[in-house]
Ligand binder design. Structure first.
Ligand SMILES: NC(=O)c1ccc[n+]([C@@H]2O[C@H](COP(=O)([O-])OP(=O)(O)OC[C@H]3O[C@@H](n4cnc5c(N)ncnc54)[C@H](OP(=O)(O)O)[C@@H]3O)[C@@H](O)[C@H]2O)c1
Length: 211
């Protein structure tokens, strides 16, 4: 599959690096061509030959699937470069770092409203770029979307993750809020992972979806 990235930063490099290793063709798109080229070179050096660099417009045109990996405050504007019929994976978090709330609500839904005809899927926003660079086997990756969810689920599996159907795009705002909540807890020294034990542990039985 041809994947374009809008952004050449930490998330674009981490995820694109994994997808190239999985056999996909990637164009890293940046507003500064030199930075996009440098990111593509690092991906190639890490073992991926099917990677090139371009402008934001070129990457938007290149990708059947486009990873939107820019600050959330410019997500709607940058996603506007993507043509109808394509799929945009929105991994942005509109985090207000002052108090770990959301600086803007429902970014993914705002993109879908502003860019008609584009399939917007929220995914890959919960874990840090360092996790995506080296994903642990079986990492659960929640996905919210109305269209092209299967395509994104495939890209989750390609990096060794387990897609978790988290509902339609209307629920993407919950995924965005979950990221803000989790990051705030984590930065405060709390144990995010310990909050969700197996329900079987609580009820003494293995429940559907658990094994
Ligand atoms: N890093 C994480 O652990 C993580 C995890 C989950 C979700 N996210 C989310 O993923 C998104 C990307 O994060 P990141 O860590 O990859 O950020 P980053 O390393 O700072 O990269 C941001 C990218 O966005 C580009 N950009 C910034 N302003 C732009 C504008 N006005 N127009 C076009 N491009 C612009 C930057 O271009 P230049 O290089 O030219 O500045 C850069 O390529 C954010 O929304 C973040 O909340 C991050």
């Amino acid at each position: 599959m041809r994947i374009g990235t809008l952004g050449n930063g930490l998330m674009a490099e981490a995820l694109a690096g994994q997808w190239v290793k999985a056999g996909h063709e990637v164009m890293i798109g940046g507003r500064d061509r030199d930075r996009a080229v440098e990111a593509a070179k690092r991906i190639a050096a890490a073992g991926g030959s099917r990677v090139e660099a371009g402008s934001l417009v070129e990457a938007a045109e290149y990708g059947e699937v486009v990873l939107l990996a820019v600050p959330a405050e410019v997500a709607v504007e940058v996603a506007g470069l993507v043509a109808a019929g394509r799929t945009v994976i929105d991994c942005t978090n509109a985090l207000d770092h002052r108090d770990f709330t959301l600086a803007q609500p429902a970014t993914a839904e705002a993109i879908a409203r502003a860019v008609p005809g584009v399939n917007v899927v929220k995914a890959f926003n919960l874990a840090a770029d360092a996790v995506w660079r080296n994903p642990p086997s079986g990492l659960g990756v929640p996905i919210c979307g109305d269209e092209a969810v299967d395509v994104v689920a495939g890209l989750v599996r390609d990096i060794g993750g387990v897609p978790v159907a988290a509902g339609g795009l209307v629920r993407a705002k919950l995924l965005e809020a979950t990221a803000a909540l989790a990051i705030g807890i984590w930065v405060g020294g709390g144990d995010v992972r310990g909050m969700f034990p197996s329900l079987g542990d609580a009820f003494g039985a293995v429940l559907p979806g658990e094994s």
